[in-house]
Design a protein. Sequence first.
Length: 325
Amino acid sequence: MTILVTGGSGFIGSHLVDHLLSETNDDVVVFDDLSTGTADNLAHLDTDRVDIRDGDVRDADAVVDAVADADAIYHLAAAVGVKNIVEKPLTSLQTNLQGTENVLEAAAEDRTPVFLASSSEVYGKSEDFPFSEDDDRVLGPTSTPRWSYAAAKATDEFLALAYHDERDLPVAVARFFNVVGPRQTGQYGMVVPTFVEQALAGEDLTVYGDGTQTRCFTHVSDAVEITHELLDAEVAHGEVFNVGSTEPTSINDLAERVIEVTGTDSEITHVPFEEVYGKDFEEPDHRRADVSKLRKTLGRVPESNLDRILHDIIDERTNEAVVSE
Ligand code: NAD
């Protein structure tokens, strides 16, 4: 079989490619424009089972070509990261709306199964914790660009479910909650790699806001295993699943833990959100997933293990530093 991974040069995508190569006999086609992903993420692969193509999901013809050879599709390509969304709102919307529709429309031709990567962002600033898949969503105004990502991902879900219902397309949707691990870059506002990079450089760790906001961090290895299992499980088709750990960690606690594990002398500095993202910026205080639907369907959920996540990221960064010396 040939598996297409859009966004396969990105953080989660490259781990999924590794996983598919090691756990199946399938060939893998990566389709990525390298806007936030990097060729380095797949540079370790030494196999003729991977075909890496430079392409943009907004280009419908290129998507049709890539999908034509595929027996299954993981659609992970997206404009991601709060910084990216705020700075490039139009490109981000076009990527996340047109790109997804192009993939679903091309897949519908032969009913090629599709996994769609959605996000806990779709819950917006809801305070109905923990979030269940059928809960109401609470989004801010259209004048605040960060909500455009949530709105686009929610529309992607509507599209995926509509293609399932009207065109019989097998499609499984996962809402990822703060997936973290090696290869993730801090460049677009992701907190864990940013703290680790600051700590290893001996710089202060910059906590945005008062740091009491909490997130549940999910190891990328759990996320990709569950991604693979969801698309393989017919019972998951036409359904949306929360994929996240259930252990909330405050950003202050995360910063302290990173300082402890790296043994750095760095200190913690608090910076108001408005200074970084402008005056109308909004950031939800808490995010926590109800994963009972996932547990019922697959018999497993992501493990909660922040220390393992931090060790894996620090190991990677320390080894990189040693290799480049
Ligand atoms: P990432 O930026 O590393 O991966 C996205 C990939 O898509 C990159 O390789 C990028 O180059 C590629 N891409 C972007 N625009 C493209 C375009 N127009 N055409 C082709 N390729 C394009 O980010 P990630 O964290 O690996 O995210 C993967 C998916 O998971 C995304 O759909 C994202 O919305 C979703 N997600 C991630 C998280 C998380 O915590 N990491 C949380 C929720 C949802």
